[in-house]
Design a protein around this ligand. Structure first.
Ligand code: PGA
Length: 260
């Protein structure tokens, strides 16, 4: 695992976007796992700018959703596929039909979860999976207690997550209680995991995920087992890391040939 602590959230977004730009530059049809929440928005803005300025052509990417709410109407602005359309896909000229997502409107939701798993495999897996982290340590919507080997399935949101996400809705009661999320095992199958976080509210979750024990109590800790995981945080989100000094030293001395 490589841990990078950067001065600002802006620099986190810049570096995260450069990882995706590089993946797409070498494979225009790269499968990119796209996350939602506030954290990735600045990264998406950078990607849109790179696309518009002709630095990279992002219109051929194959985007895969990380998770999606259940029980919202198809036109609800907070349905994650609509959020992604507004904040990323439209800006990089990818039509909504290209977004690979679990069918949250299926009558058989268990089958929809299985089909999503199958789709990821059939399409050759995910090249770069962008991840945020919840204040309770969740990645995707894998709440504490999630099996470290879990696959795409229905989850009930933690009360902390419902509270955290209420800012996107008119009231706490409107936040869906259930979601479909890639499992931790599904996420671990991606070839490169890119976890980003900023702000002091994420400091404890980042410390637990990066340096805490490997435990279902902090689902993000599963990244410790991944052969290619990059964690990019700002000073606030990195503040509780015990090995900060070493991470800074390693970054300052990173050989140019190595890349991320
Ligand atoms: P946030 O959520 O980016 O809105 O803080 C992250 C997450 O819950 O994974």
């Amino acid at each position: 695992m490589e841990v990078l602590i950067l001065p600002t959230a802006e620099e986190v977004a810049e570096l995260a976007s450069s990882v995706i730009v590089e993946a797409v530059s070498s494979n225009p049809r790269a499968a990119i796992g796209v996350a939602t929440g506030s954290t990735p928005l600045a990264t998406y803005k950078k990607l849109i700018a790179a696309h518009r300025q002709g630095e990279v052509q992002l219109d051929g990417i194959r985007p895969f959703m990380l998770d999606e709410y259940l029980d919202l109407s198809p036109d609800h602005p907070e349905l994650y596929r609509n959020v992604l359309k507004r904040n990323l896909l439209d800006g990089v000229d990818v039509v909504s039909a290209e977004l690979r997502c679990p069918d949250v409107f299926a009558t058989d939701l268990l089958d929809a979860c299985r089909r999503y798993e199958q789709l990821i495999v059939e399409q050759g897996g995910i090249d770069v999976q962008l991840l945020g982290i919840g204040s309770d340590g969740h990645v995707g919507f894998n709440e504490p207690g999630s099996s470290l080997g879990s696959r795409t399935r229905i989850k009930t949101l933690h009360t902390d997550t419902i509270r955290d996400n209420a800012r996107f809705f008119d009231s706490l009661d409107e936040v869906p209680r259930h979601v479909i999320t890639q499992g931790l095992g599904t996420i671990m199958d991606a070839r490169h995991l890119l976890l980003i976080a900023h702000g002091a509210t994420k400091a404890d979750a980042i410390a637990a995920a990066v340096e805490g024990p490997l435990s279902a109590s902090c689902p993000g800790s599963v990244l410790q087992l991944h052969p290619h995981a990059t964690v990019i945080v700002d000073e606030g989100a990195g503040a509780a890391l015990a090995q900060q000094e070493y991470y800074r030293h390693a970054w300052a001395n990173k050989p140019e040939w190595q890349g991320l």
